[in-house]
Design a protein around this ligand. Structure first.
Ligand code: WQD
Length: 316
């Protein structure tokens, strides 16, 4: 099995590459290193340095017996997507079309796409399952939903089978320490906490402690990145076996508050984490928890990391 991982030098992509190599697959990484890291590349994987907006290069890279594509390369900062929609339209929409067109030309028939819980918007019920209404409240989530709709058409018209994986809050790092690249300007809770622990940031700002939750802070479903990576391997194999296209939530169904994340960090480090409570961040739902029952039933996927403490241990 030969798999092209587009965005394979990035955070989730490098974990997917590792899971594929560990499973015995041949891997080609296509990445422009704009946010991915050279040190995340595995010598066993072939590397093509290229941008998804370079259609000719992408098509050329695909014209070599590729069995499946995993598409992760995308802009992923929610706030930035609202301030600079053009950038997100270009990378996440035009880039997505390029990938589908290149697959169509190169006759690659299997695609696993990195989607997001952001396609749902504000949860109307919990846990959120795949039938939940799709109402993204930010441009980032809109771009992910548009790609899901495009894939449906390329499946019908070109026979490209896809699996869309809607991640909840991806967190942690490979526990063997194989993946070293870190985001230089982290936007998410755990990488920010790591910077505080490392003394690169004075304190953690907690966005709101007046939510209607058990301790007033937001509840999220943190899912370990190695568990996410495992789901990609399973999704590729399932499609290569001839099963139909599908959409799966990936989470743990276990909601954890920001205060619980802080307490778990303090248990892991044995130190008090400097924290400042500030106002709510616009667009944050109070609670976001996944139902991953469908992935469990159809993919045979179950997260191995079930406690936030274990996840934090791999992050720090
Ligand atoms: C988690 C919790 C914050 C930072 C977003 C996207 C999602 C996915 C992941 C893409 C929230 C709180 C955070 C801080 C804080 N996107 N927090 N202080 O917003 O749940 O999900 O990122 O790749 O689509 O919506 O994740 O890590 O930003 O926040 O108090 O400095 O931590 O309010 O409750 P979020 P997050």
């Amino acid at each position: 099995m030969k798999v092209m991982v587009i965005g394979g030098a990035g955070y989730i992509g490098s974990h997917v590459v590792k899971a594929l190599l560990d499973d015995g697959a041949k891997v080609v990484v296509y990445d422009d290193l704009s946010s991915g890291h050279k040190i995340n590349l595995f010598p066993k994987a072939e590397f093509v340095e290229g941008n998804i907006l370079d259609y000719d290069k992408l098509k050329q890279a695909m014209e070599q017996e590729i069995d499946a594509v995993v598409y992760l390369a995308a802009k992923k900062a929610v706030g930035e997507s609202m301030e600079n929609p053009e950038l997100y339209a270009e990378n996440n929409l035009i880039g997505a079309v390029n990938i589908l067109n290149a697959m169509s030309k190169a006759k690659v028939k299997v695609l696993v796409f990195s989607s997001s819980a952001a396609v749902y918007g504000m949860p109307e019920y919990l846990p959120v399952d795949e039938n939940h209404p799709l109402n993204p409240i930010n441009f980032y989530g809109f771009t992910k939903l548009e790609m899901e709709r495009l894939m449906k058409w390329y499946d019908m018209l070109r026979g490209i089978k896809y699996t869309s994986l809607r991640y909840f809050n991806a967190a942690g790092y490979d526990k063997s320490g194989a993946i070293k690249g870190r985001d230089s300007k982290p936007q998410n809770l755990l990488p920010i906490i790591k910077e505080v622990v490392d003394g690169k940031r004075e304190c953690l700002m907690v966005f709101g402690n007046d939510y209607d939750t058990r301790d007033g802070t937001c509840v999220r479903d943190y899912v370990h990145v190695s568990d996410l990576a495992d789901a990609h391997v399973k999704a590729i194999k399932r499609l290569l076996e001839g099963k139909p296209s599908a959409i799966y939530n990936l989470g743990t169904e276990n909601g954890v508050t920001v205060k619980e994340v802080i307490a778990a960090t303090e248990r892991v480090t044995g130190k008090t984490l400097p924290v400042r409570f500030v106002g709510r961040r616009a667009g944050d739902p109070a609670v976001l928890v996944a139902s991953s029952r469908k992935a469990e039933q159809e993919l045979g996927w179950k997260p191995k990391y079930t406690s936030i403490e274990e996840i934090i241990r791999t992050e720090l």
